[in-house]
Design a protein around this ligand. Structure first.
Ligand code: GTP
Ligand code: MG
Length: 254
């Protein structure tokens, strides 16, 4: 805890400075959030940092979220005057969908930057948007560090912003379940209980998660269940949607 507090403020200041400096040059910031937790996966300070620059909320990994909940979230954002769309960055059509949504509210040249908390799919989305034109900043020594523009036909200008993310300073279990905040092995033994409560009513699964581990043969020598291995596997499987489409947060909850 002490360690995190000592680096966090400096990191925050650097991120804030970059965002504030960039804002006047951009048509919009594309904030990627996790469709399974659209409020707590937001980068809370961002809205203030970007000033008058347009913010477009992209609820990613929508194929893992409950579709009805996603509709409720889209309605909630709309009623709060926020442009939002639900996508899956892994979908081959995502580039077309996102360009269409942006063209509806902005005029070219579209100068855009993708931002958001860790693990929400920023890099996956940017790679889809720019295709093979990805600029690898900082991949080799000697390459100019800092933001680089990727210019594409049609007036599309994407800013490659490596590392401009701020980990959420939060202990919320949902952020750990979604992999936005790292979890410890001990924490996963607790997260598994929460996950199981959510998925058992909607999937044909044993009442107790330990039986799932046994059925998979996650045993230690002597035939004892390997609880850690089971918990780790369940957290990972949940993150990847193997236990169905689940949204962890409803509009207006927090
Ligand atoms: N199921 C699913 N997985 C996705 C989607 N988009 C990204 N991912 C996965 O989510 C993980 C994180 O994706 P990244 O694109 O690296 O996320 P990021 O926001 O750039 O993460 P950081 O660079 O660590 O901040 C990867 O395993 C991706 O394959 C999506 O729409 N659906
Ligand atoms: Mg990334």
């Amino acid at each position: 805890m002490g360690k995190r507090q000592s680096w966090y403020p400096g990191h925050m200041v650097a991120t804030q400075r970059t965002i504030r400096e960039l804002a006047p040059y951009l048509s919009a910031f594309i904030e990627v959030i996790d469709a399974r937790a659209p409020n707590i996966s937001r980068h809370q300070p961002l809205q203030q940092w970007i000033g008058r620059t347009q913010l477009i909320m992209v609820m990613n990994k929508a194929e893992l979220a409950d579709p009805d909940a996603t509709q409720r979230w889209l309605g909630w954002f709309k009623s709060h005057g926020v442009t939002a769309l639900a996508i899956s960055a892994q979908n081959p059509r995502v580039k077309i969908e996102v360009e269409k949504a942006i063209r509806r509210i902005l005029a070219p040249p579209y100068r855009l930057a993708v931002v958001g908390v860790p693990n929400v799919g920023k890099s996956t989305l940017l790679n889809k948007m720019v295709g093979g034109h990805r600029v690898m900043t900082g991949a080799k020594p000697g390459i100019t560090r800092g933001p680089q523009w990727i210019r594409l036909p049609g007036g599309w200008e994407w800013l490659d912003l490596p590392g401009v993310v701020t980990p959420r300073h939060s202990e919320d279990w949902r952020l750990k379940v979604l992999g936005i905040v790292p979890s410890t092995a001990e924490e996963r033994l607790l997260l598994v209980e929460k996950i199981w409560e959510l998925v058992v009513p909607q999937m044909p699964l044993p009442e107790n998660w330990r039986d799932w581990g046994r059925s998979r043969g996650y045993l230690k020598t002597g035939g004892v269940l390997d609880e850690q291995r089971t918990a780790d596997a369940i957290v990972l499987a949940f993150q990847n949607g193997k236990f169905g489409r689940v949204t962890l947060e409803e509009p207006g909850e927090g």
